[in-house]
Design a binder for this molecule. Structure first.
Ligand code: ATP
Ligand code: MG
Length: 214
């Protein structure tokens, strides 16, 4: 369960990004976050990923406040989270396999288990057989799917996606959303920020609309 309790976020510039947000997501839920540019969608996701901290209020995961996590516990917490950005930020001098394996290598996983997990992730995003390809040879949709596979390979319990389909044509965008829905069916809690109203409506999930502050 993810809870926002009276959460406000003001950036050091003085910009208020979120004001008094109260929100509860059940474990295993999939929700969309919409709202105009600047409404705070990315900020909301960053608070869950602990890339930012609230200036007021509390974010709780499974009943535990993130503010109580010490610095040394943050990497461990982040390992439970898969974060997908609009631009997948792949390493262009590494193969698809190596890009996806990166989080596992950081976690110190052995070679056989790494290979098994990467293959499973490739299979889930429909890229089986492309492990030796370099990202430059991939289409935008394929690159995005490599980014998704890399975010999933650790089996995160929480998946955060910030405009994951922004650069893709409608058909690919729909495919990517169905991929998230599949991970959700396997038990992950999924939060997706998206501008694409038509696509969000088609997915028939709970939608949270953020209003821009001031
Ligand atoms: N690092 C930052 N420093 C200062 N202000 C920021 C920072 N990040 C975001 N903001 C401001 O906080 C507000 C919310 O930004 P945020 O990026 O969360 O909105 P968003 O809903 O994701 O917008 P978009 O749809 O354009 O991605 C905006 O006014 C933005 O300018
Ligand atoms: Mg944003």
């Amino acid at each position: 369960m993810i809870e926002f309790k009276q959460v406000s976020k003001k950036y050091p510039t003085g910009q208020l990004a979120l004001y008094n947000i109260n929100l509860t997501l059940e474990a295993g839920e999939m929700v969309f976050i919409t709202g105009h540019s600047g409404a705070g969608k990315s900020t909301l996701l960053k608070l869950v990923a602990m890339l930012e901290r609230p200036t007021k209020g509390d974010v709780l995961i499974g009943g535990r406040s993130l503010s109580k996590l010490g610095r040394s516990q943050v990497p461990n917490y982040r390992r439970r989270i898969g974060f997908i950005f609009q631009d997948p930020h792949l390493l262009y001098d590494r193969t698809v396999f190596d890009n996806i394996a990166l989080p596992l290598r950081i976690a110190g996983m052995g070679q056989n288990e790494t290979r098994r997990r990467v293959q499973a992730a490739l299979d889930k995003v429909g890229l089986t057989g492309r492990e030796s390809t370099f990202p430059l040879m991939l289409s935008a949709g394929e690159k995005q799917r490599v980014g998704i596979a890399r975010a999933m390979v650790n089996k995160p319990t929480i998946i955060l996606a910030d405009e994951p389909t922004g650069n893709l044509d409608p058909e690919l965008a729909q495919d990517i959303m169905f991929t998230f829905a599949q991970f959700n069916e396997l038990g992950a809690t999924v939060m997706i920020a998206s501008h694409d109203h038509a696509l969000v409506e088609r997915m028939k999930k709970r939608t949270i609309v953020l209003q821009k502050v001031d």
